[in-house]
Design a protein around this ligand. Structure first.
Ligand code: HEC
Ligand code: HEC
Length: 426
């Protein structure tokens, strides 16, 4: 181990003792990966082909080359983004996020519009290709998001739908407490917009690539690709994915969940009553929460074989099969744990309305189901019932507004304020 490596390791073990895994890992990430995603400015950066879960030797040179050429033709490179017809993202914003990280004061960067935001701030975890497998990823739990699946966990939109831009903006502003995902609240609003745009770009690019990979590797599309095949990939891959991003914002009333006003709990007795109702609902057959989160919300339910979608793909039936499958992915299989509410750390935010959304909608890409109404489906719990469960969880998390009455904002407006300050800021 070199000196930097050893220093990092010492910091890490110190961090584990002091704060527990998640924080230590954020510290480690900060030390060894200050060098922004391992790109060498001398050789132009390239997107890595998505061959997750595939046997490399089963892929011919022509298949690989056709895919690479197609993707550059449609989406450009990490330095020069491009958009296929019908995908109307903002290229100006994308150019701010793309490219090598240029710091203020650099010969090229000074006095000109900023570039390279993604590589400066995100690539070390999320990878230059948005594959969630940047140099820091291996030691993180959960892993950074692989944007290429087009699935995001912490959203305000109904199950199956993309997040809104506001959802992504909020993740960037607040970070995801309890994970390595930091807050970027200190960036300019325009820089945040550029990064949101770039995440959407990487995601649409990734979904298009998955479609093309399937067509070429599984359906033996004749190569080199004909114009008709390319048009099909543009329409059914790129344009389809782009349309998905437009849906929530085309009709927010229908697709975006806004928590209704909570039941009145301005008195300790009303709070206790709501918590008791919440406990009963939480433990009910109908809600099923206990199955994963355990009777006391300690994250120790009977169901422990939990994986998010990104990891489920690596899971075989037998351990040997899982080992073989898992070896074909960039990152080894990682199990998911149901949250222990008593810790009071909520990845999607710990305001009452954040918890409400998690329970109403569920957490996309994970086994955590939504229980609120969804279109014609009335859902298994009513809106008011969801609020009682929120209060029960807040109570378990030590966020009972009446036990900290004297503490200013939290005492005055217990339900709509950030009760436990998140480590990563707002
Ligand atoms: C130190 C590592 C790290 C850095 C740096 C980082 N992220 Fe993350 N990010 C994560 C992790 C870990 C997760 C996944 C957490 C989870 O699954 O709960 C994540 C998740 C996300 C998500 C998904 C949110 C959701 O609802 O699913 C987005 C979007 C995101 N990051 C964007 C960014 C952007 C943009 C940057 C740069 C400005 C960035 N991240 C920098 C670690 C990082
Ligand atoms: C099939 C298993 C499963 C069931 C059933 C389930 N959950 Fe979860 N829940 C999870 C998992 C797994 C996570 C962590 C997801 C992650 O970190 O990606 C989670 C996370 C959460 C969180 C944390 C959100 C955050 O921002 O950190 C809350 C709150 C929650 N669940 C509440 C509930 C409630 C209430 C119910 C019942 C209505 C329920 N869950 C049912 C598996 C489940």
């Amino acid at each position: 181990m070199n000196t930097v490596g050893r220093a990092a390791w010492e910091m890490l073990s110190w961090g584990i003792r002091a704060f527990g895994g998640g924080f230590a890992i954020a510290v480690l990430g900060g030390i060894i990966l200050g060098s922004a995603g391992g790109c060498n400015p001398a050789s132009p950066a390239a997107f890595r082909l998505n061959l997750e879960g595939r046997e490399p030797r089963r892929i011919s040179f022509l298949q690989r080359e056709s895919l690479e050429e197609l993707m550059v033709e449609l989406f450009g490179t990490p330095d020069e983004p491009r958009l296929p017809p019908g995908v109307e993202l903002n290229l100006e914003l994308l150019r701010m996020a793309a490219g090598p990280a240029i710091r203020m004061g650099d010969e090229e960067g000074y006095g000109r519009q900023r570039r390279g935001l993604y590589r400066e701030h995100c690539a070390r975890c999320h990878g230059i290709s948005g594959d969630g497998a940047g140099p820091a990823a291996l030691v993180l739990h959960p892993y950074p998001r692989d944007f290429r699946w087009g699935i995001f966990k912490y959203t305000s939109t109904l199950p199956g739908l993309k997040p809104t831009r506001a959802d992504l903006r909020q993740v960037l502003r607040r970070g995801l407490p309890g994970t390595a995902m930091p807050s970027f609240a200190r960036l300019d609003p325009i820089e945040l917009e550029a990064l949101v745009e770039y995440v959407i770009y990487l995601s649409i690019r990734g979904e298009t690539e998955r479609y093309a990979v399937q067509l070429i590797l599984d359906e033996d599309e004749p190569l080199p690709l004909s114009i008709v095949s390319k048009e099909r990939i543009i329409e059914e891959g790129a344009q389809w994915a782009y349309q998905q991003w437009l849906i929530p914002e085309s009709d927010p009333q229908q697709y975006v969940v806004v928590p209704p006003p909570p039941p009145e709990v301005s008195m300790p007795a009303a709070w206790a009553d709501s918590v008791a109702k919440g406990r009963e609902l939480y433990r009910s057959e109908r809600a099923q929460c206990v199955k994963c989160h355990g009777p006391e919300g300690a994250g120790d339910g009977e169901q422990t074989d939990l994986y998010d979608d990104w990891n489920l793909a690596k899971k075989g039936v037998t351990p040997a099969q899982t080992a073989r499958l898992s070896a074909l992915f960039s990152l080894p299989l990682q199990r998911l744990k149901a949250r222990d509410f008593r810790a009071g750390i909520f990845h999607g935010g710990s305001r009452a309305e954040d918890l409400y959304l998690r329970i109403h909608i569920g957490i996309k890409g994970t086994p955590m189901p939504g229980v609120g109404p969804n279109g014609d489906n009335p859902g298994v719990l009513q809106l008011e019932e969801i609020w009682h469960i929120v209060h029960f969880i807040q109570d378990l998390a030590g966020q009972n507004p009446f036990s900290q009455k004297a503490t200013g904002a939290a005492g005055r407006n217990p339900l709509l304020s950030e009760l436990s300050g998140s480590t990563f800021g707002k």
